[in-house]
Design a protein around this ligand. Structure first.
Ligand code: UDP
Ligand code: MG
Length: 347
């Protein structure tokens, strides 16, 4: 840890907010978030991670950094790495004793942060949340229900509402997560595996303030795959189980056909049934290969041990001096944030 980091006072609360193409809602977020945090009457820092937005989000964040440099830090990633990876980047830069994650779209009301902080002060090290009256489309709610139930059955993670990102984690949990080299992960679940004293509370939920969901059906499926394969090998065990049942079945069928051939003679009419069985088995094999590939892909990613993301710039205040530091620079140069703000979309 560098000297400057030692000198920086540790705030009690760090709020981590991933931002991806949220220009339409950011002003409203700032307008509600900072007063809500000021009302807590404690020290805090807000860490925004720009996840490679292609709109003006980065410029708006830089503007906000200039407005509140004492309590704001901005991490600009050089591409789109996904919500959970962006939060990991925020975790690594956070200093707070209580670390809170929040969505940038105001679906998690910032006014609820106080409730989470209060619970953490009560001695819990993980505060999970349950959205009362979730304001999302019907299919999203149904799909979440199904995924929640599936996760409940195949992992040992107990969460009522896995999708809500407004959560609080202790410094210890965040430090432990920072030590993990996971590539595809699901933060609430990963944090849960390290929690010693978790609790869940109800929180309000609102409709997205502006813009639309950044998750397509495909990315939702990917995310849930991360959750299932990242925290359980049960799918692999099911696979072997299905494999055993199928091979026993086929062995039985083979014996039957053999006996039939000697007793009644070769069958012709049954050819198409055999075709059907063959194709069924082919399907099963392809599915199995896909599932295996899913795990092998992860092993491949893990063994490459690449850096999980690259930070382009960090806007933060050190010793009262406003700087934009590129971490790779050995001598930190003072760069005017205006240089970053001047960048238009797609730059
Ligand atoms: N997000 C991100 N990178 C992505 C997708 C989303 O940083 O690739 C952020 C997004 O800006 C928002 C949060 O993650 O702050 C949740 O995204 P969204 O509201 O689109 O998800 P939903 O509420 O539909 O689950
Ligand atoms: Mg949302």
């Amino acid at each position: 840890m560098s000297q400057t980091e030692h000198r920086r006072a540790r705030p009690e609360v760090s709020v981590i907010i991933p931002v991806y193409n949220e220009e339409a809602g950011l002003q409203a977020l700032f307008a509600r978030l900072y007063p809500a945090l000021d009302a807590l009457a404690t020290s805090y820092e807000v860490i925004f991670i720009n996840d490679g937005s292609r709109d003006r989000s980065a410029a708006l964040l830089a503007e906000q950094f200039r407005a509140r440099p004492d309590a704001t830090r901005v991490i600009l990633l050089n591409g789109n790495y996904g919500q959970h990876m962006a939060i990991l980047a925020g975790f690594e830069q956070s200093h707070g004793e209580i670390v809170i994650t929040l969505d940038a779209d105001l679906q998690n009301p910032p006014e609820e942060i106080g409730k989470l902080v209060a619970k953490m002060r009560d001695g819990f090290d993980y505060v999970g949340t349950i959205r009362m009256q979730r304001r999302d489309s019907l299919w999203r709610r149904k799909a979440s229900q199904v995924m929640n139930r599936l996760r409940e059955r195949i992992t040992r993670i107990k969460m009522t509402d896995q999708g809500c990102m407004l959560r609080a984690y202790s410094r210890h949990i965040v430090d432990t997560i920072n030590r993990c080299g996971e590539i595809n992960t699901f933060i609430p679940a990963l944090a849960y595996t390290f929690a010693q004293n978790p609790v869940e509370i109800d929180v309000a939920h609102e409709e997205r303030f502006a813009g639309e969901s950044k998750y397509s059906l495909y990315s939702l499926i990917r995310l849930n795959f991360d959750l299932v394969t990242g925290f359980s090998v049960v799918p692999l065990q099911w696979l072997s189980f299905i494999g055993v049942i199928l091979s026993m079945g086929s062995a039985g069928l083979f014996v039957l056909l053999l006996i039939r051939r000697f007793v009644i003679g070769a069958e012709v009419q049954g050819v198409f049934t055999l075709f059907a069985i063959t194709f069924f088995l082919l399907g099963v094999i392809i599915f199995a290969l896909g599932l295996l590939g899913e795990y092998i892909g992860r092993i491949y990613q893990q063994v490459r041990a690449r850096p999980r993301y690259l930070v382009q710039t960090i806007l933060e205040q050190r010793n009262g001096e406003t700087i934009a530091a590129t971490p790779r620079q050995s001598v930190v140069q003072a760069v005017q944030p205006a240089q970053i703000m001047d960048q238009g979309p797609n730059s």
